[in-house]
Ligand binder design. Structure first.
Ligand code: GLN
Length: 231
């Protein structure tokens, strides 16, 4: 009998594309800070994971419906989410920024009046945009993944998008012809969400894993692997 045979397996839903946290690399391998972190936590805490890149909103819904065990997807810890799902201790700080096409002259919220902005379904960026849409007089259009959000802005169908700062920064640094024009709003931290059915056994393991990996330097190594010494 091996230890491996007795290790439990958990299904972990994630976004389809949210670099540097989760994305398919050149060799079509699914990688990123979240993916490496999840694998490292599993190794440390003695369980197996099956990663399911189903999209952000789909992953959250699956976990809310107890159809998957967890979500790791640059998921912001918010009071609304904590009321519905267990979330681990925070691991990465983020905030929401507005981005426009690189050549665009638009740089303020007040310049969005009468315009359309693109956001991703079920995200804190979408919540933020919707919360200020009336005040600034713009409309939001939603898409299920970040690529489609960016495409909207690149094609000019939307004048701007709202996205998590580290993700927008990374996208721009790796070739997206967009630019960030606002300071991060609604800053907060990413955590891992856990389904009700798995909370009792999995939440303590996830939290212990995060603490241990931050302490032994693995977490920093993972972040540096994707971001260098930048953010
Ligand atoms: N941090 C944002 C949220 O939790 C976006 C997550 C994502 O798009 N994967 O809503």
């Amino acid at each position: 009998q091996t230890t491996a045979a007795t290790e439990p397996t958990y299904t972990v839903g994630t976004d389809v594309t949210f670099p540097p946290f989760e994305f398919a690399n050149k060799n079509n391998k699914y990688v990123g800070i979240d993916i490496d972190l999840m694998k490292a936590i599993a190794k440390k805490e003695g369980f197996k994971v099956v990663i399911k890149p189903v999209g952000f909103n789909a992953a959250v819904q699956a976990v809310e419906a107890n159809q998957m065990d967890a979500v790791i997807a640059g998921m912001s810890i918010t009071p609304e989410r904590k009321a519905k799902l267990a979330m681990t201790d925070p691991y990465y700080k983020s905030g929401v920024v507005m981005a426009v096409k690189s050549g665009s002259k638009v740089k303020r919220l007040s310049e969005l009046r009468g315009k359309t902005v693109a956001v991703k379904t079920g995200t804190s960026s979408a919540d933020y945009a919707n919360s200020i849409a009336k005040k600034y007089g713009f409309k939001t259009v939603t898409f299920d993944d970040s690529n489609n959000v960016y495409q909207q802005v690149l094609t000019g169908n939307s004048v701007a998008c709202f996205e998590d700062q580290p993700v927008m920064q990374y996208g721009i640094a790796t070739g997206l012809k967009l630019k960030i024009v606002t300071k991060p709003a609604v800053s907060g931290y990413y955590g891992i969400a856990i389904a009700d059915k798995s909370k009792a056994e999995l939440l303590p393991k996830m939290n212990a894993g995060i603490v241990a990996l931050k302490k032994d330097g693995t977490y920093n190594k993972i972040v540096t692997k994707y971001l260098g010494n930048g953010t």
